[in-house]
Design a protein around this ligand. Sequence first.
Ligand SMILES: Nc1ncnc2c1ncn2[C@@H]1O[C@H](COP(=O)(O)OP(=O)(O)OP(=O)(O)O)[C@@H](O)[C@H]1O
Length: 367
Amino acid sequence: MIVAQGLTKRYGDKTAVDGVDFTVPSGTVTGFLGPNGAGKSTTMRMILGLDRPSAGDVTVNGKRYAQLAAPLHEVGALLDAKAMHGGRTAYNHLRWLAASNRLPRRRVDEVIAMVGLGEVARKPAKGFSLGMGQRLGIAAAMLGDPGVLMFDEPVNGLDPEGILWIRNLMKQLASEGRTVFVSSHLMSEMALTAEHLVVIGRGRILAETDMVTFINQNSTNYVRVRSPQQEALRDLLHAEGLQTSANGDGSLRVEGANTVRIGDAAGQAGIWLHELTLVQSSLEEAFMRLTADSVEYHAGVPGGVAGAVPGAVPAAGAGAVPGAVPGAPPGAGPGTDPGATPGSAPQPGGVPGWGPPQAPGSRQEGK
Ligand SMILES: Nc1ncnc2c1ncn2[C@@H]1O[C@H](COP(=O)(O)OP(=O)(O)OP(=O)(O)O)[C@@H](O)[C@H]1O
């Protein structure tokens, strides 16, 4: 377990980490999220005793890093995959680390096999790709078989296969009861990996929560509905006590109701619908909204964070789902709305309120 209390780091008049309190529990993957410059790396360096706090404290298993009798057996870390002597082979890089911590040579072979570097272990590390370097860094972190593991942006620059490998490895390490603390600025990636979250912005903790709660509190849903009888539909929805706003593309945005309720109401009133879609904001958007005031460097992208819903995704049944996060916890992706069952997909003539033009009354047939 890692515990930070009032942890602060100042560089001159710059406060990189500003009195943060958080706990990283064991047996789970904890995502450490924040935009560039938020203070993630500085915090991790302080945990590892590489930077001295200006104030406050951080402990690993109840002790400061410097007080740990055998640090490599307690904490393993990957901070910078390139931080190794390029002329050394992967094997020799691990051997000197093992020797300096009185670990047997056998352990070097074990971690090399664990990260899948067996074929290149005798080659100089300077020829390694980014992914191979990350694997070597993880092998080094695992050498002492520690109960606490920390990874700083481990998936940066990796291909999909490498990302999947790291994601599964972290989950496996946590399932073995270890403390796994991983930093990232990619919310969507963390949604697939972490169960617990610590969000930091401009050196301050913005959220410390479990992933499911974060998703439920920060993602918003609405229904996009389009009708050739837009005014009648708007009046009907208002009469139903629902709030609507114009989307600007001729459709209405309806808050507080699912597609079934809106489709049923429209069908019963004889109003045609040309579109009925559940739209969910992506996790990336929820994270950007939370950290919008904490971003150090803005690119000035038109229609940025606070504007419309750039990451919004239509829910299941509405076609493709760009930005969706398969396998994510409830609320992370499409399909959490009961109205988003296949029956709410555009199906000619299938559902009241949908279908090809016909006499309004005829849609009730067969009911
Ligand atoms: N040695 C240093 N001297 C001065 N300022 C520093 C130093 N290290 C970090 N900073 C500043 O502290 C702030 C936090 O930096 P840090 O690297 O911890 O952020 P980060 O969240 O890891 O960002 P990134 O995702 O870009 O790596 C930044 O404003 C950074 O410029």
